[in-house]
Design a protein around this ligand. Sequence first.
Ligand code: GTP
Ligand code: MG
Length: 318
Amino acid sequence: MKGTCLRSDCGFQDALPCEMGHPNLLDCPNFRATQTATEASVHTQLTEDISSTRLPWTGRALGLNDIVLASARSSANLVGVVGPFNAGKTGLLTALFSHLANSGSVEEFGFAGSFTLHGWQQLRKHTVWPSQTGPSFPPHTPDSGDRVPGLLHLAFRRGSEPIRDFLFTDAPGEWFTRWVSNQGADDAKGARWIADSATQLVFVVDRASLAGEDVGKSRHEILALARVVAEQRRNRPIIIAWTKSDLDIDTDAEAPVRERLREFFGDHRSLNLSVRDPQCMALLAHVLSYSAQCLPALGGTKRGGTSAFSNYRRSVDQ
Ligand SMILES: Nc1nc2c(ncn2[C@@H]2O[C@H](COP(=O)(O)OP(=O)(O)OP(=O)(O)O)[C@@H](O)[C@H]2O)c(=O)[nH]1
Ligand SMILES: [Mg+2]
């Protein structure tokens, strides 16, 4: 882009907002614009960049300094969202974010902030209706070679309990395809990071794909991925999210898949979800209630420890 920052710890290099909080980078004393254009045109370009390109899937949507803040205050809940290409992972996370923006709470848990508001607000814009083009979906997650996925960060508080921080991964489906063919492959490192670091898992199944023409291929893809996830699960809780449930689809092909998933994962929670239905918040409610039951509210995670936050930090530092 069009400048440099004198602060080495500023997220600007990673397409994140100014560390000092200046919406206009030209106002920051540490920013050095490298363009020869007039200040007015630079200003316009920077404003456009901020509103259009700072999406959370750079893998660094969460600034390093923000992670230190988050890890200083609570133990990490890293929710690994796993599913094939086009399964509905990003749509589901965007829907959670949108519905949460309307409700402000999930059962007794109140929303207490997000370090990734800006990027997800950009994705949410695609879903807003009415608009000139009508409601739409966020674009496909680009297949990057990153070591860590884009993240949605949400913080919650119940009553006077300490804040709980949650990170939801948003990886492109291609990462998991490569991981299934070779779990040790260099280009599967992002999926491996999710499988190693997650404290909870959400396995996303596209119901529409099982009702389509390529049902055989879809079934194979879903079950091959499920098998590997089951092998790597280490007793971590898993929820199966059956997406696109608003569509009027023939569900005949689903029964055998549901049966195989029970073989792989044993008894598990299974939710029929649609981005259009606030009922998708049930997923968030389950994730929060598991954390409340099983993970201490006061984590006191230390930098350099084994939490997902410190794993993330190490990964992006490498
Ligand atoms: N009808 C309906 N369609 C959906 C829903 N969720 C997703 N879709 C459709 O599925 C497409 C893919 O959804 P994404 O959320 O981008 O899927 P993804 O799993 O993130 O895909 P990758 O990032 O490419 O792996 C969208 O563009 C929509 O067309 C839903 O709840 N209902
Ligand atoms: Mg996606």
